[in-house]
Design a binder for this molecule. Structure first.
Ligand code: ADP
Ligand code: MG
Length: 252
């Protein structure tokens, strides 16, 4: 695959809830080494799109290809095995487990689902190394023994990313990771995500436009379930259609 071959290619994705059309023929791709941001007003269909990509929801029509495989009908766990990572919701961290234990659970789960700390010392040493590497990468080394419940909001988000990355995804789906963060925490997470994209392509739903403009290689703008524009940061900033539909009114 070339450097810019798509990791994810979705075509004509349609999903309605009764009379509400949440995604209306969405076509986009995410390439290797890319952060592709998805922006749009509340209710535009961003989370519904992410849910269809990760397999939590079935599209009514359209196709989802991941690394060349049609996964439209695949269950979520199979997509995860293929390398589709999703930042876990806060509730999916184990609150009483330490930072390191949460990441270890993820490494073991990605390794065939068996979780037995005492079974194979060599394998466990390798797992511990991956755990330490990701805890360090997200900046939580000095918190590795703390229970997840003791972390600040921003630290929990950092931990979620370590948990997701420990499974070595080919594509990471992030739905509003900066939500509820102050400027310092957002800046930290922005730097972290920039460092991740060499290892995993990222599809990033985010309202924080400072972060989006710093991070995105390309931006797609979703309005009423339709992509109205895809382009670089400069192209999106310069688009009158985007200004009218989104940037002028809501985000700036
Ligand atoms: P966004 O993430 O861009 O804010 P959503 O994908 O959450 O948008 O929602 C898109 C539209 O679909 C909204 O009108 C929302 O109310 C509707 N919707 C989303 N999920 C459901 C659901 N499970 N059942 C019914 N309507 C839903
Ligand atoms: Mg949403």
């Amino acid at each position: 695959m070339s450097e810019f071959a798509p990791v994810l290619a979705i075509e004509g994705l349609h999903k309605a809830f009764g009379a509400v059309v949440a995604t209306d023929g969405v076509t986009l791709d995410v390439r290797q080494g890319e952060i592709h941001a998805l922006i749009g007003p509340n209710g535009a269909g961003k989370s519904t799109l992410i849910a269809q990509i990760c397999g939590e929801q079935r599209p009514d029509r359209g196709t989802i290809r991941f690394e060349g495989c049609d996964v439209t009908a695949s269950p979520a766990y199979r997509r995860a095995r293929l390398g589709l990572g999703r930042s876990f919701q806060l509730t999916q961290l184990c609150p009483d487990f330490s930072v390191a234990e949460n990441v270890l659970l993820s490494v073991e789960a990605g390794d065939g689902g068996s979780f037995d700390l005492f079974s194979n010392p060599r394998k466990n040493a390798a797992s511990q190394e991956i755990v330490a590497r990701w805890i360090d990468a997200v900046g939580l080394s000095d918190r590795s023994k703390a229970p997840a419940s003791a972390l600040s909001h921003g630290e929990k988000r950092q931990l979620e990313i370590a948990v997701a990355m420990a499974r070595q995804p080919r594509l990471l789906l992030l739905d509003e990771p900066m939500a509820g963060m102050g400027p310092d925490e957002s800046a930290k997470l922005t730097a972290l995500l920039l460092g991740l994209k060499a290892q995993s392509a990222i599809l990033l739903v985010e309202h924080d436009m400072d972060a989006v403009f710093k991070l995105a290689d390309r931006i797609s703008v979703l309005v009423y379930g339709r992509i109205i524009f895809t382009g670089t940061v400069a192209e999106v900033r310069g688009s009158l259609a985007v200004q009218a539909a989104y940037l002028g009114s809501e985000a700036c």
